[in-house]
Design a protein around this ligand. Structure first.
Ligand code: 6PG
Length: 475
């Protein structure tokens, strides 16, 4: 049997168990363990009803797992990101042999992955940072996977990963996108875009409900109809299902019974922090993080609702079909703007950290299996595969044309939301990004003048080279 077909797996939470079963489904042999006896027992229980139980061996500990695997070993780690990964690596390095590969499949911070890769390389081990998306179902049936690490180590694990991955047509949604932290960086930005799109969908729901006066059945039908347009995607599909769900306890739409405070585990915040660090604007991805933060301030919002006056949304008495189409256009433009922001960040980080990430490959990986999977991503991939097309997604000829056609609805929706007092920071920031990008001359000249006025920070001129300072004050 091919060496790569015998895999080690540490961490038997639901993701680990599902990945082990997914690998076994495809004929691979897995040796798995978890420090918690309960987690090992869960897999034993699942194997009782599994058709090929002999393909998964469970060892009581990490030492037995390492001993059971032929060298060079490939061991997937599916443990909580952070200190747990470091302590597991410390334990494993005492047991491994040079040439073995560890594959960290959690949502690890890409800088940690870069550090771990370098520390392990010094000891003769390979390390792959593997971003996995698609949740529990994805792990079981086919996730999208974004790998970073050295090419030779990836080549050894590639037959397994690309077989168990989601497929778009014949193409596996799994690839090595660059060295060391590149895979985890791309997964992090995937999550940043995920936050952005979720915020935009929440805003569309607010507009349909409070400005359009649609009930939940009609909102669900609207999202279902949108799923047959350019918006077709997993997140649109699940939003339709969510809006249709009744609460068993009250009979009300379940979504209205859920507390309006969004939680977060941190990957969206990391994306915005990276954007600040690399100096790349990702306003919509960041507004989504701030949107969750504002939602969490429930007590403050309740107090402010009594203090702050403003328009209360009054359902429109306009033609609702035209209104709904405007929101669809606004959503489409804003989602494309999210992709553009996230891909620009990947491009910039890849350039700075010498990862040579191909944006067409990234968009291709996201076409199936992951949470942001969407029909549009095939068009994003095509846009970057077209000879001569590079740079910002909004400026590729395909998307520039599409954005020209949907702009009226996008602007109309933004204006209606502002006039009606409906908070839509995602939608407005996405439009402002588009408008900011198409400004041949921004207003930053005034900012430069102000900096020079109060701090003698100097400025450059449009008509000659050099650095200038003006004594601005007449006093
Ligand atoms: C995925 C998801 C996954 C996870 C998010 C949730 O790609 O499968 O993005 O990684 O569900 O991290 O993140 P929050 O808890 O921060 O919303």
């Amino acid at each position: 049997m091919h060496q790569a077909s015998h895999i080690g797996l540490i961490g038997l939470g639901v993701m680990g168990r599902n990945l082990a079963l997914n690998m076994a489904d495809h004929g691979f042999t897995v040796t798995a363990t978890d420090p918690w006896p309960e987690a090992r027992q869960s897999l034993v229980t699942e194997l009782a009803n599994y058709s090929q139980p002999e393909r998964i061996r469970i060892t009581p500990g990490v030492a037995e797992l390492v001993a059971a695997l032929p060298a060079p070993r490939n061991i997937l780690l599916l443990v909580k990101a952070g200190a747990t990964v470091d302590s597991l690596i410390a334990q494993l390095t005492l047991l491994l042999e040079p040439g073995d590969t560890l594959i960290d499949s959690g949502n690890s911070f890409y800088r940690d992955t870069m550090r771990r890769e370098s520390e392990l390389a010094d000891q003769g081990f390979h390390f792959i940072g593997l971003g996995i998306s698609g949740g529990e179902e994805g792990a079981r049936r086919g996730p999208a996977m974004m790998a970073g690490g050295d090419a030779a180590a990836y080549a050894r694990i590639k037959p397994v990963l690309e077989t168990i991955a989601a497929h778009y047509g014949d193409s596996p949604c799994c690839a090595r996108v660059g060295r060391n932290g590149a895979g985890h960086f791309v997964k992090m930005v995937h999550n940043g875009i995920e936050y952005g799109i979720m915020q935009l969908l929440a805003e569309a729901y607010l507009l349909l409900r409070d400005l359009g006066g649609l009930d939940h059945g009609r909102m669900a039908a609207t999202f279902r109809a949108w799923n047959n347009t350019e918006l077709a995607s997993y997140l649109i599909e699940i939003t339709a299902e969510i809006l249709d769900k009744q609460d068993d306890l009250t009979g009300a739409p379940l979504v209205e019974m859920i507390l309006d405070q969004a939680q977060q585990k941190g990957t969206g915040r990391w994306t915005s922090e990276a954007a600040l660090e690399f100096g790349i604007p990702t306003p919509t991805l960041s507004e989504a993080v701030f949107g969750r933060a504002l939602s969490a301030l429930k007590a403050e919002r309740l107090a402010a609702a009594d203090m702050l006056s403003g328009p209360s949304p009054v359902p429109l008495k306009t033609d609702s079909a035209a209104f709904i189409e405007s929101i669809r256009q606004a959503l489409l433009g804003s989602i494309i703007s999210c992709y553009a922001q996230g891909l620009a960040l990947i491009e910039a980080a890849g350039r700075e950290l010498d990862w040579q990430i191909e944006l067409a490959t990234v968009a291709g990986l996201w076409r199936a299996g992951c949470i942001i999977r969407a029909d549009l991503l095939a068009r994003v991939m095509n846009a970057y595969q077209t000879p001569g097309q590079s740079g910002n997604l909004l400026c590729t000829s395909e998307f520039a044309q599409l954005l020209a056609t949907i702009q009226p609805g996008w602007r109309e929706t933004a204006a209606l939301a502002v006039t009606g007092g409906i908070p839509v920071p995602g939608l407005l920031s996405a439009l402002a990004y588009f408008d900011g990008l198409r400004q041949p001359r921004s207003a930053a000249n005034l900012i430069q003048a102000q900096r020079d006025y109060f701090g003698a920070h100097t400025y450059e001129r449009t008509d000659r080279n050099g650095v200038f300072h003006t004594e601005w004050s007449q006093l």
